[in-house]
Write a protein that binds this ligand. Structure first.
Ligand code: GAL
Length: 705
């Protein structure tokens, strides 16, 4: 089934409207009318559920669940821990996080608490136990969302005294003894040699740049802090509610916490899908695939934007079809739940300008109409999707250690990962690839600058070739091609995994910037790509960090493109030294290293192939590379389409595919068909070609496979 519904705050409407709780009936009826079957509740309601320490009031939540349940709505409850109540913050001001400058965050919003603080920990356990015990057997409750967006608002890392102390213990566990820590961190530099664990600070504000090993361990420690806090909640829910699922809502490529670790004990991952300025369809597709890859299983969108947001640089009113298009994009990428944020625009509190499915005055919005249409369509579609999953033969590796390492030492500030709002700056780099984006709405060429590790993904997306985004230590045997862009830090388990993949016949596309750092974030004392140099059959001799106006080009060898094509590159260029037997498949055309190797290809007699990409290129570069590699690997587009028309698929176990055709452009588009087909959503039949109006979605079942 597809879980379809909204995020609802009954406690707000009973306070804000004169009619009080009576409004819940009206809301529940409107939800049911829209085709909803699920509602998420209570993630910020701690202060109402426990208005004073040890005094619990579940009455209102019981009544709200009862009303919703009577209208056939299933409930996802949340542990309300992201918003500690005022009485807790007043009694224990020490629980508020301390930033790198030693300043305490102020109370009174959300996410201000430090997960290592004993009082917050204890009161979190108590409220989670209480709410879990209360609703374990409630017939309407089906599962749990833990907390809400761990790490949001820059709260993943805290520098309080307790964190400093816990950091010391964490370091002791990781390094064993101080001697080893000094060695692993290379503390001979600037005489940083530590004689006592207590001499080690958290990497707070400092005069000069800190030791990268120190920073990486602190990032890991902070991620482990929330992982432990999370696992404690999950254990309580498992113990008290064995029949319920447990999930957590992650955020768009959120960099500060390791999503794989954080999700390790969930039933499935979820995420919150907002379309800020710069969130192109390709990036949103990538985010869906990333969340699928977190647990390699279908997921939920726990907050789907249903109108205007209130927190981006501009907050445009979404055009008609937006909600329907984004909803089906999620489902097409493997979402089994779509929950809209939020039911009705808030009258009070800090998100007053954030739209809902109903507006502030309770009027149905354009989104409501689209949602109600989807509700109807799902009656036909949802049963057909039963048991289907996205399926890819190409994987992109996304590694949190490497993201952290590169964030800290990008060596080219435009390579600092995850620049969500760089599109708004006059960033010269955005002009490099695809100068004339034909349609702002899917400006894929620019997107790779802000998320450089997604350049290969975007090229595949543009070609309608499904790609998975997974952890580098996952089982790679189901993929034919694995791309490892920016795998800067190599842990021994990852080295082994990649070797196994190539040994078993896989094709590995490594680089740029691969294999520079050891697991402690020091440079390997051997040439890049370090422990993978023999597998790659090449080493990096020099690396060049380019200002955006300094262009270079790669000339492909005829083995790759018969015409000897060229692709633009920029920001980063590694000059490669292939060993004997390794082919150079692309060379630089400009500057003093013109003619030198930029991409190499090593064929292993027994086993697979390794391509080392030494430079930073956009989708253009990867189109050339994949144009050569994909047919050779028997990998084909799901269906050809015009730019901006996305095709994604969910696949049955027997290989039958359901294709989602998504027109992200503002033009009418036509796709040719190899056989007559029917759009499952509208029932319309098409013979030779299928028409998609601007923003339109069609879903078809493939025959003859
Ligand atoms: C999410 C958050 C919601 C709400 C929303 C606004 O990050 O989980 O509670 O704040 O953003 O877009």
């Amino acid at each position: 089934m597809i879980y379809f519904g909204c995020d609802y705050y009954p406690e707000q409407w009973s306070q804000w409207l004169a009619e009080g709780e009576a409004r819940w009936e009206t809301d529940a009826a409107l939800m049911a009318e829209a085709g909803f079957n699920t509602v998420r509740l209570a993630e910020f309601a701690w202060g109402l559920l426990e208005p004073a320490q040890g005094q619990f009031d579940f009455g209102w939540l019981d009544r709200a669940i009862d009303v919703l349940g009577r209208h056939g709505l299933k409930i996802v409850l949340c542990t309300p821990t992201p918003a500690p109540p005022p009485w807790l913050l007043a009694a224990h001001p020490e629980i508020m996080q301390v930033d790198a400058y030693g300043r305490h965050l102020g109370p009174g919003t959300r996410r201000e608490a430090c997960a290592n603080q004993p009082a917050y920990r204890e009161r979190s356990r108590i409220i989670v136990e209480k709410i879990a015990a209360r609703y374990a057997d409630n017939p309407h409750v089906i599962g749990w969302q833990t907390d809400n967006e761990f790490g949001c608002h820059d709260t993943a890392r805290c520098h309080c005294e307790i964190c400093t102390d816990r950091f010391h213990h964490w370091l002791q566990e990781r390094h064993g003894d101080l001697e080893l820590l000094n060695q692993n961190w290379g503390t001979a530099f600037w005489g940083e040699f530590y004689l006592d664990w207590n001499q080690i600070p958290t990497p707070n504000a400092s005069a000069a740049e800190r030791n990268p090993s120190h920073i990486l361990d602190f990032y890991r420690f902070s991620s482990d802090t929330w992982r432990a806090y999370h696992n404690e909640q999950i254990a309580i829910l498992r113990r008290l509610c064995p029949n319920h699922f447990v999930t957590h809502n992650l955020m768009f490529f959120f960099p500060d916490l390791d999503a794989y670790d954080l999700s390790e004990n969930l039933d499935f991952a979820s995420w919150d899908n907002y379309h800020f300025h710069g969130a192109t369809p390709a990036l949103v597709a990538a985010a869906h695939d990333h969340i699928w890859g977190v647990m390699e299983r279908n997921f939920w969108v726990m907050e789907q934007q249903a109108g205007q947001i209130n927190w981006s640089v501009y907050n445009p009113l979404p055009e008609p079809n937006f909600v329907r298009l984004k909803t089906y994009q999620g489902i097409g990428h493997g979402a089994d739940g779509i929950i809209y944020f939020r039911w009705r625009q808030a009258l009070g509190g800090s998100e007053q300008y954030h739209s809902g499915v109903l507006d502030y005055a309770g009027r149905k919005t354009q989104s409501y109409a689209e949602i109600a249409q989807i509700g109807q369509e799902l009656k036909e579609l949802a049963p057909k999707l039963e048991g289907t999953v996205p399926s890819a033969e190409v994987a992109i590796l996304l590694d949190f250690d490497s993201r952290w390492v590169l964030q800290n030492q990008p060596h080219n500030s435009l390579l600092r990962m995850d620049h969500a709002n760089d599109f708004t700056l006059e960033n010269p780099a955005v002009r490099m690839d695809r100068e004339d984006e034909p349609d702002e709405r899917y400006m894929t060429g620019r997107a790779w600058i802000a998320w450089p590790y997604l350049a290969a993904y975007i090229a595949l997306w543009e070609a309608n070739v499904p790609a998975a985004i997974v952890a580098p230590n996952t089982d790679l045997s189901r993929y034919k091609i694995v791309c490892a862009p920016f795998l800067n830090l190599l842990r021994p388990d990852v080295v082994e995994n990649l070797r196994r993949f190539v040994k078993n016949g896989g094709t590995l596309i490594l680089g740029p910037r691969a294999g520079v750092k050891d697991q402690d974030n020091k440079l390997f004392p051997i040439p890049q790509p370090g422990p993978l140099a023999d597998l790659a059959g090449t080493t990096v001799r020099y690396m060049d960090s380019l200002a955006p106006e300094r262009r270079n080009e790669l000339r492909w060898s005829r083995a790759v493109t018969r015409m000897g094509r060229q692709s633009p590159i920029g920001l980063w260029a590694e000059i490669l030294e292939p060993e004997e037997g390794t082919q150079v498949i692309a060379t630089y055309t400009e500057g003093w290293y013109s003619g030198k190797a930029g991409i190499t290809y090593k064929f292993h007699e027994e086993g697979g192939k390794v391509i080392y990409v030494g430079c930073m290129g956009g989708p253009m570069l990867y189109h050339a590379l994949f144009g050569w590699l994909l047919p050779e690997h028997g990998i084909y587009a799901l269906m050809p389409s015009m730019p901006g028309v996305e095709i994604c698929a969910r696949v049955h176990q027997d290989g039958r595919r359901i294709l989602f055709l998504l027109n992200h452009t503002s033009k009418t588009q036509y796709l040719s068909l190899s056989a007559p087909t029917t759009d499952i959503l509208s029932g319309e039949q098409f013979d030779r070609s299928i028409i998609l109006q601007p923003g339109e979605v069609r879903v078809i079942e493939e025959k003859n496979r």
